[in-house]
Design a protein around this ligand. Structure first.
Ligand code: DCP
Ligand code: MG
Length: 419
């Protein structure tokens, strides 16, 4: 949760949110221009010619065939066969086939860096929330009358100088700006002036609100709440009794109320990831399996950030919304993915026989800049993605980084990680 500045009304601020379109795919097209305009799938854990891995992202042409993030590559291939295969198979249509490429994080990071430089050139305050996404406080840099031209200037410069396309939303606060940047993707540019916020938000489906995963969305829909407009018209206290503090946030955001101030991002105090089960499970083996995937993701992220940790912890949410955390402190800071897995498994054993809604893994007590101590092989192949959302309502300030597995409820573990 960003700091609140006394006396600063949200209407006084102009916030932009920029998010690159199908970012990894756009990066691939930079170095392989023949892929432009083609259905293109970028797979995490994917190997050329194989069927392993999950979809990190798909170009909009590939999305038209039903390919989406976090889908298994096997499923993507059913919807969109490989071009090369289709070309030799008389039963397949080459026009309805696409290209598959493996993730190359180092390259995407370098493209991201170029985009960041441009964003920083246009705004004094930039909060980078992911590899392809940032909030800008542009109150000092523009006015509502000029906001559209201002945002177009940023968009054009990113496209001209970096070669990828950004969608940008401008609004009086962070949550509305994020929805605005998403509203007309790809190549979107949406400006929501203060007096238009309520009207703009009203038709937005609850799924599109930040922090609402499939599980929450289903609960809301079961209550007849399908849009932000419905949420805004709901009883605040009913939402609070159902979802706790988060319900209050949802209600506020749906009404276009969000006092968070865009603060430049600092170094995190912890790194975490969590993932919900579509249906609470009493199978500790399944919980453990999910937790170990999260543990691997968190350890990799620590390596990428050159962070050592002294504490390894878990979070186990049991129905209805009981949050249990357990942690173990280590004698000294380490970078040891294997140890993270082992500690997580030991801490989880206490929950044998419990039904689990959500599981999370966190490393904390971080120490940075000790690359020499980090294991060398850890530098290979680590991948990083981002999101700030946490469906238990822990807002991410600069002091904590957490993320919710986007494959929540889909039954597949997304291999994505969030910074
Ligand atoms: N990503 C991932 N796994 C996910 C979601 C995303 O690895 N489950 C990666 C690939 C994306 C990048 O993160 O390119 C940015 O995420 P976005 O949600 O912004 O998705 P895209 O940029 O791909 O598409 P959009 O045009 O919807 O922004
Ligand atoms: Mg994007």
């Amino acid at each position: 949760m960003g700091a609140r500045l006394p006396g600063v009304e949200s209407e006084d601020r102009i916030v932009a949110h920029a998010d690159m379109d199908c970012f990894y795919a756009s990066c691939e097209r930079l170095r392989e221009p023949a892929l432009r305009g083609e259905p293109l799938v970028v797979g995490m854990g994917y190997e050329p010619g194989e069927t392993v891995g999950a979809v990190a992202t798909a170009s909009y042409e590939a999305r038209a065939f039903g390919v989406e993030s976090a889908q298994a590559i096997t499923e993507a291939l059913e919807r969109l066969p490989r071009k090369r295969v289709a070309a030799t198979d008389p039963d397949l249509d080459v026009e309805a086939a696409g290209f598959y490429r493996p993730v190359d994080m180092a390259f995407y990071e370098s493209v991201s860096e170029e985009v960041r430089e441009i964003l920083h050139a246009h705004a004094g305050t930039v909060r980078e929330v992911s590899i392809d996404e940032a909030y800008l406080d542009v109150t000092e840099e523009t006015t509502w009358d000029e906001a559209e031209d201002f945002a177009r200037g940023i968009k054009d410069r990113i496209e001209r100088e970096v070669g990828v396309v950004a969608s940008i939303g401008v609004a009086p606060n962070m949550s509305t700006a994020k929805i605005a940047s998403d509203a007309e993707k790809p190549d979107g540019l949406v400006v929501v002036e203060p007096e238009a916020v309520r009207e703009f938000l009203a038709p937005v489906p609850v799924e599109d609100l930040h922090g609402v995963g499939p599980v929450t969305a289903r609960t809301l829909r079961d209550r007849g709440i399908e849009t932000a407009g419905h949420l805004a018209g709901a009883e605040r206290h009913a939402l609070v009794s159902e979802f706790g503090e988060r319900g209050a946030d949802l209600y506020d955001r749906a009404r276009g109320v969000d006092d968070r101030v865009v603060t430049p991002k600092g170094r995190p105090k912890s790194l975490s990831r969590e993932s919900a089960f579509a249906d609470p499970t009493g199978d500790l083996g399944a919980v453990e399996e999910r937790a170990l995937t999260l543990a691997a993701a968190v350890s990799e992220r620590a390596i990428r950030k050159d962070a050592l940790y002294r504490t390894i912890g878990i979070k186990v949410v049991t129905p209805p919304f009981d949050v249990n955390t357990r942690a173990r402190s280590l004698p000294g800071p380490v970078d040891d993915p294997e140890l993270v897995g082992r500690v997580v498994r030991e801490l989880l054993s206490e929950f044998e026989g419990e039904r689990v809604r959500k599981v999370g893994v966190r490393v904390s007590n971080l120490e940075f800049g000790s690359a020499a101590q980090a294991s060398l092989d850890g530098w290979a192949g680590s991948e990083d993605v981002v999101d700030g959302s946490s469906s238990e309502g822990e807002e991410d300030g600069p002091e904590a980084e957490s993320s919710t597995d986007r494959a929540e409820g889909s039954g597949q573990a997304s291999l994505s990680q969030f910074e």
